[in-house]
Write a protein that binds this ligand. Structure first.
Ligand SMILES: Cc1cc2nc3c(=O)[nH]c(=O)nc-3n(C[C@H](O)[C@H](O)[C@H](O)COP(=O)(O)O)c2cc1C
Length: 242
């Protein structure tokens, strides 16, 4: 399958495995890339030694492109941004803000820069900064979320920018991918779906809970802090929401 995303990222299928902090390691990313998608190593909260090891681990699994994700809220973001260049990954995705400070260095190094955005205004800003593509992530997503739904966000972003758009948020299968493409996306990024795969190192009990979850089984915590996060509804999450 060919889209501007497969061409840009040098992948076979327009499917990106979203970064998941403390979860998406080199084993998962390498397996996804080797299978023809794009695997992303999540660097949020990670030590530089761990990042180096995980990039080496992914490289041992595949010779195809891999990516790193820089969480811009991370106190070590500057250091991780330098590692992106030093380790020579092909793609960088960014979460939680604007990667303006790193754009020049990344572009000069030939890294494809793909910021995650939650509004069409931010998407347009990223395009002006020189981003190669954006991930338009709706509020259905697991992890940190924005307010707009995937259904509303993807067409709004596609109308605002001319760079290719990757849709994310609640996409787990071919139906969701088709819907995202109908709205103008040329690729999809999935996070939660990849939590459940064999190559993902989270506990089996978590995978089973995700697989058994119904539509109403997630909850958003942290709205009061300005950093809302969607996760599975359980006793701990309910306590956090109080
Ligand atoms: C447990 C978890 C952790 C996540 N951590 C990150 C992260 O560190 N950086 C980031 O940019 N996105 C992060 N995300 C978002 C994913 O990369 C992806 O965009 C999102 O999961 C897509 O929505 P979906 O979960 O409905 O597939 C995380 C998602 C989950 C579920």
């Amino acid at each position: 399958m060919k889209t501007r995303i497969t061409e840009l990222l040098g992948i076979e299928y327009p499917v990106v495995q979203g970064a998941m902090a403390r979860i998406a390691d080199g084993g998962l990313a390498g397996a996804v890339s080797e299978a023809g998608g794009l695997g992303i190593i999540a660097c949020g909260g990670a030590r530089p030694e761990w990042i180096r090891d995980q990039v080496a681990r992914a490289r041992a699994l595949t010779s195809k492109p891999i990516g790193m994700n820089v969480m811009l809220m991370d106190p070590r973001a500057d250091e991780v941004a330098e590692l992106v260049v030093e380790l020579g990954v092909e793609v960088v995705t960014t979460g939680a803000g604007s990667p303006a400070n790193y754009m020049k260095a990344w572009k000069e190094a030939g890294v494809k820069v793909v910021p995650v955005v939650a509004s069409s205004a931010l998407a347009a800003r990223m395009e002006r900064l020189g981003a190669d593509a954006v991930v338009a992530e709706g509020t259905e997503a697991g992890g940190h979320i924005g307010e707009l739904t995937t259904m509303a966000l993807i067409p709004a972003v596609c109308e605002k920018v001319s760079i290719p758009v990757i849709g994310a948020g609640g996409i787990v299968d071919g139906r969701g991918m088709l819907a995202a493409f109908a709205l103008g996306a040329e690729g999809v990024q999935c996070g939660t779906r990849f939590l459940t795969v064999e190559e993902c190192g989270v506990h089996e009990a978590w995978k089973e809970k995700v697989l058994a979850a119904k539509d109403s089984d997630t909850i958003v915590t942290g709205r009061g802090t300005g950093h809302p996060v969607r996760g599975l509804k359980n006793k701990f999450a309910r306590e956090c929401r109080k």
